[in-house]
Design a protein around this ligand. Sequence first.
Ligand SMILES: O=c1ccn([C@@H]2O[C@H](COP(=O)(O)O)[C@@H](O)[C@H]2O)c(=O)[nH]1
Length: 273
Amino acid sequence: MKTEDLVAQIKRKNSFLCIGLDVDLEKLPKHLLTTEDPIFSFNKAIIDATQHLAVAYKPNTAFYEAYGLKGWQSLDKTIRYLNSQYPEIFTIADAKRGDIGNTSQMYAKAFFEDMGFDSVTVAPYMGKDSVEPFLTFKDKHTILLALTSNEGAFDFQTQKVGEKEVYKKVLEISKKWKNAKNLMYVVGATKAEYLAEIRRIVPESFLLVPGVGAQGGNLQQVCHFGMTNNVGLLINSSRGIIYASNQENFAEAATSEAQKLQSQMQEILKDLK
Ligand SMILES: O=c1ccn([C@@H]2O[C@H](COP(=O)(O)O)[C@@H](O)[C@H]2O)c(=O)[nH]1
């Protein structure tokens, strides 16, 4: 998907909400467990009930890999369902990949060509040759971990190497790479106070921002420091939306939580216009 199509969708829906499909069989409503593919049944119901409020969905592959072949099949069905029924929606494989060049090439083929995701999250730790294979795919996006939402982000990402913090080096160095226009970055909502500085380095890039809801990040603060004229933000919430209820009404409960976030986003977007 082209970035301008994502921006157009954001403006049309008055939303920059990304819903995380982090499916844990132990948290699913009991009545789904007897269906042929409980994970897909759950995802389909959540997607159908929230697609008018969200511009992106982000399955975290860990939640599928944990169930082996069946899990991968559920993920595959989910992405194919999204691509066929809601092709305007931006899809993110939260897989946090990255390896030596020829291996990264295979990861990129798997997520972009075979599964047809619009984007994949990638760790920058192995450097330019580990990321560039992802960047060569036209209209596909590589979402590089810059400053993550967890406590451990302070172990390396905010530490200085020479004069500069590692996360700033990730942004400054990567934005000079070939096909850097295909880069987006992960910045945790719990790190909103860093966003003004991040915007000085990457003023236009889209940021995927996980960490609102269950992790305690603040939407207003993130938007205040991180929003661009083109919005430039995808705010992710996973558990806070998909597990709003574990009863038969789970899809309606998810709609209601998504609606709350979308309404806040609509208010914020009014001020931008
Ligand atoms: O810095 C990061 C990078 C990725 N994540 C992922 O986002 C979702 C957050 O889920 P919630 O339930 O809304 O907390 C999850 O898949 C994480 O692995 C992140 O949280 N922080």
